[in-house]
Design a protein around this ligand. Structure first.
Ligand SMILES: [Zn+2]
Length: 361
């Protein structure tokens, strides 16, 4: 009896799903039919952004600095679409940071809408570049540069469509969160983009690549390449970082611009801080004695800024100290959009150390 009811329920569900699928197809077909019916009598959908074309083409010619070029374009597209340029920059920078290939091409926009949003729900063609069909299906794609194509390979088209999309939600940070929730299922991605946005808005620029050595060089310290070595203290994982030995209380400095993504206790790392920069590199500082007073999650930091002090915390419940000699464990990870992979920070430490020495630090 129960089985019979279950079978009936399943059959009804299949029937419903099939019908739903068919209905979507039917609506799509009807839309195409309407479109074709209107075409012969010169139906030309409104081009809401036609007048904007000249404006976009007038993006000020800047010097050869690709970052200036990108900044100017974010600002001009933001001006046209009514959104904040830091929103556009943060989203685009997030995608740019995931692409290793050709990151300095000033004309590339790395962000892409999912095809279904660009072309419109129910649109059987993907990718869709026909402005009239996009309008018909209620897609977000637009032709911003007047070449009669709404193409995601065209930087102005995709960036302007993004600006217009963001503007619909409103200007406040809360609205920006809502817009991001429509574009990204992944909470981590949304949080990174929000962090990027605060960094870019705060400094008002994109060139936040400056780096600094991670210890105050007026204190004695030493390190060798220990990346990939078997862990000295417990666990069978390989050593994902470099150990810089120094005395208790030696100031630890941020290597980069970034925002504090993580701060607090971790049973391996002890008192530890995780900072992410605009290139989606995550810097991990562990075994600290204590943090810089008042430093908290979300704070923005600069290269060379003191963030904490060398200690020997970790390998136990909160507060455990002294299970090993004091040192800074420093790790660097790159986010791919799916996972974070550790890479050897030693060559970077050497370079930053050399630069510090050249500056007389
Ligand atoms: Zn270590």
């Amino acid at each position: 009896m129960v089985m019979l009811r279950e079978r009936r329920r399943r059959a009804a569900r299949t029937f419903f799903l099939w019908n739903r699928h068919a209905a979507i197809q039917l609506v799509a077909l009807l839309r195409v039919a309407v479109f074709l019916a209107f075409m012969p009598i010169g139906f030309v959908p409104v081009m809401p952004f036609a007048s904007m074309t000249q404006y976009v083409q007038a993006v000020p010619k800047t010097n050869d600095d690709p970052l200036d070029h990108r900044l100017a374009r974010y600002q001009s597209v933001a001006g046209i679409t009514g959104t904040r340029w830091s929103y556009l920059a943060a989203i685009d920078q997030f995608h740019r940071s995931l692409i290793v290939k050709n990151p300095d091409d000033p004309d590339a926009v790395s962000f892409r809408f999912p095809d279904v949003l660009w072309g419109g729900p129910g649109n059987p063609r993907a990718p869709e570049e026909d402005v009239r069909l996009i309008n018909l299906f209620g897609g977000l794609g637009i032709d911003a540069d007047g070449d009669q194509k709404a193409s995601q390979d065209n930087p102005l088209d995709v960036l302007t469509a993004l600006g217009r999309f963001l503007h619909r939600f409103g200007d406040d940070p809360e609205n920006f969160r809502e817009a991001l929730a429509k574009l990204y299922d992944d909470e981590k991605k949304r949080r990174i983009i929000l962090g990027f946005e605060r960094l870019i808005a705060h400094y008002g620029r994109l060139d936040l690549d400056e780096k600094h050595f991670v210890l105050d060089r007026r204190y004695p310290y030493s390190y060798t390449n220990t990346f990939g070595a078997t862990r000295g203290w417990g666990g069978r994982r390989i050593h994902e970082g470099a150990d810089l030995f120094a005395s208790y209380g030696t100031p630890v400095k941020s290597a980069s611009y970034g925002y504090v993504e993580v701060i607090g206790w971790n049973n391996y790392g002890g008192w530890r801080i995780g900072i992410r920069d605009l290139n989606n590199v995550y810097y991990y500082y562990a075994h600290l004695a204590h943090f810089k007073k008042g430093l908290k999650e979300g704070d923005l930091v600069e290269p060379g800024e003191v963030i904490g002090f060398v200690g020997s915390s970790g390998y136990g419940p909160p507060g455990t100290q002294g299970k090993f000699p004091p040192h800074l464990h420093f790790g660097m990870y790159r986010y791919t959009g799916k996972y974070e992979w550790a890479f050897d920070p030693t060559p970077y430490l050497r370079r930053w150390e050399k630069n510090a020495r050249a500056r007389g630090e």
